[in-house]
Every structure is written in structure tokens, then in C-alpha cells.
Ligand binder design. Sequence first.
Ligand code: NAD
Length: 462
Amino acid sequence: MRDPGRRTEIVGLAGMIAPSTLDAVVSAATRAQPAWERLGPDYRADILDRIADLLDNVEIGLVETLTRENGSILGVSRNELLAAARIFRYTAEHTRAALSSPEFHSSGGVELHLQRKPFGVVGCIVPWNAPVILAAQKLAPALAAGNAVILKPSPFSPLVVTALIERMASLLPAGLVSVIHGDADVGNALVMHPGVRMVSFTGGGSTAKAIMRSAAETLVHLHFELGGNDPAIVLADADIPGVACSIVEHAFRRAGQVCYAIKRVYVPRDSLSEFVDAAVSRIEEISVGHGLDSRSTMGPVNNRAQFERIRSLHRKLSAAEVPVVTAGRKVDPESWDEGFYLLPALVVDAPPLSAVVLEEQFGPILPIVGYDDLDEAVALANNTEFGLASSVWSSDVSRASEVAGRIEAGITFVNGHALTPVAQQYAPFGGVKQSGMGWENSRAGLGEYLEYHSVHVVQPAQ
Ligand code: NAD
């Protein structure tokens, strides 16, 4: 695969799996899983802690490879690797709390033993935008629950995930975790394999629909974390310049390629020009360049499809004569055309029903929509099939919280739009409507990888 910031450079190779080899991978996982399950939750939690210790030791080579495969700047890549360690550590804590003591009830001569059981072999399919975090959010709970895992990373970012799993292998039984490489065909073969009992997928909605169609053949259990089109609603009493700066920072992280990034902003019409002026001033400070260059504060987008999609939005807006302000600095203008670089852009007074507002743009372009009435803004925010995250910005926290309660989303932030480490540990992460089915992180995330087995024991008559 190639570096999205220097497309002539090959970062590494990942061998595609041959369809015939998948049977052997599933068989190895099927053989390894029962013994792993029998080891019990406490033992598995201890192994997760040891994996976390291993991941804490972040190697600069891996940070650089992550930057070169997905385009993020070095600081973001380093934080991503550290976040993976945290995910394994807090999943170990949840495992002990949730599974160490079996649940037991008895009444009227009947004993009820409530067992939590793993599915068996779980297929995990992840995208490229935060490949290590997204893989860890599946691997840790799936293993903690006693499953075997076959992970398929995106062909756009397969390298660091694979390297990390190679390092974990010394702590895990042979065959319990495998990584397979390939694109839709390989993902589809994994979904349809009769030995796979659950599929946990993070990615786009159209892929999820294809997976659901395939899953109809085997009725494999599905878990989806999908796209979002997160609205930010700015209330009239907000500190407009300060909020505009914060919103720009949250919207353009990873060049806008974050599933729960702010993707559209509703601003009182009277404050529109003040908001846009402040936002543009903040965008002017963004330096776009290769992630390895310490001067860069934003990297390229990850791949050609992303690049072309954002350019096509620009063309449509220009044809419709909607004003777009593009700002920011080119770190290395000479080599600008060697990568998928885009300057961050604001769409000023975007028509509320235009494509750039209604679609998940997943790149560095942010529509600002003026509103006259708050109820109208809430209705527009909810006028979508997405429901991942959202935010409300105001100086009056109780007023903002009341508005937050009216938004259809899995997550709503007030005066912010980022998960703190505590939120990652305890808040179920996921979306409503077409943004997902099920949850990640928190104890709810562990529960996704478990089934119930209730054993009802009737005592024989004396
Ligand atoms: P994608 O759906 O194109 O690909 C995701 C993964 O699915 C890749 O590994 C891909 O190879 C695989 N795949 C493709 N077709 C398949 C098929 N038919 N069967 C099985 N697997 C298949 O998504 P992407 O472009 O890599 O990622 C961007 C999307 O992911 C955005 O919509 C973004 O919002 C979403 N996302 C969601 C979350 C979340 O937690 N909700 C997190 C990150 C990204």
C-alpha cells in the first residue's frame, strides 16, 4: 500500500488471503476457542492487561508507519497507539466486574444459573481512518468474552494492526487471533463462512447493507458501527468566536475523517458572519502537509475515493454558486500534488438540503447553516438517517442540555465534541437509526460479544 501523502512511495505490502486459506484460518480459530473460553474471565482479563502493557511501549517506527499508511499526523498516530493500550486495560476491568461472579437465583425449588457465553469465532472488519483504535475496540471485548477473532483490516491501513497482533501472539494461544487481508471479496467470504458465529463491522452504511444481505444466508449475529453526519447546534447565547474556534478544531481532526466528527453546524442567522469570520481565522492557522513533517497540523485524506468525493462536493457547490471559503497553509507547496492534500474549507450559509449538508462528507469541508428558529435547527439536525454523535454549544448549560435531549443520536456533547478517556471507558459508543446496531466501549461493548445461557435446575422431589 502507498503513502497517501507521497503516492509514489510504497509503505509496505500485505498479502491477500486466498479463499481456500480462509477455511484453515477458521478451523484454527474454532480449535483454539474452547480452551480459551475454559480459562475463565479472570485469566483472560489478566492476559488483556499484559497486552495493554505491551501496547504501552509505543515504538516510534510503528507511529511513523501508521502516519504513512493512513495519513494522520504523528501526534495523532502516537495517541492512537496509546488509546489501544487503554482499551485493553479498561476492558480487563469491565470483564472482572461483569463476569467474575456467575449470576445465580433460586426460588420455589428451581435454581437459575445465568451464564454468559462467547459466540465462538467472531469476524471483525474495520476501516482505515483509526485502524488501531477501531480494531482494539473489537479485539479486546471479543477476546475477554472468550471468543476467537479473525480480523480483517482495510486494505488502506493493514500494516500497524498486523504488526501489533504479531506482537500480541506470544501472549495468546496459536490460532486464537488471525489477521486476514483483502477487500470486499475477502470481507464477504468472512461474513458468509459457516464457522463464523458473529460479525462485528465498523465502516460505511452501504457496506453494512451488503453484509446484512450476505448474513441472511447464515443468520450470523451482526454488530455494526457505521457512519455519522454529526450536527453541532450553536445557541444564540454562545460565545460565538470561542465556539467557532472549538468547532473548527473538532471538525478537522484527521482531516475530517472521524466517524463522529462535527460534519454540519447550525448557527443563528444573526451570528452567521461573526461565526464564519472567527472560524476562518482559526482555519488559517491549520498547516496541511505530510504527517511526518512536524510543521503539519493536518495530513492528507487517505485515498483517491475520499479525495475525489470531496473535490466533487467542491465542484457541485461552485456550480450552484454556494460560497466556499478555503483557507489554511500548504506546508510544502512544491510536493502538494504528490499526495491527497486538500485545504480545509467552510461552506458559508449552506442550503440546508444540499448534498454537503445531508451526506457524510468525511473530509475537510464543513457546511455552516444559518437558522432563524431553534426548533427548526433541531428538526434539521434530526432530518437524517444518521444518528451517531452531535453537540450543542451555549453559555447556559441547562438550556443546552434540554436541547441535547431532543437530538436523535447515540451521543450528544454539550460545549465540546470529543470523548475523554473516562467517556471512552464508561459511555456506550454507537449510533441510532442507520449509524449502527449495538455499542462499543463500556460494559455494553463487552456485552455485544456474549450470549446468554440460562440453566434452570429443578431439584428432584425428596
Ligand atoms: P467501508 O465500509 O468501505 O470499509 C470498511 C471495511 O469493510 C474495510 O475493511 C473493507 O475492506 C470492508 N468491506 C468492504 N466491502 C465489504 C463487503 N461487501 N463485505 C465485507 N467487508 C467489506 O468503509 P471505509 O471507507 O473504510 O470507512 C469509512 C466509513 O466508516 C465512514 O462511513 C465512517 O463514518 C465509518 N466509521 C464508523 C465508525 C464508528 O465507530 N461508527 C468509526 C470509523 C469509521
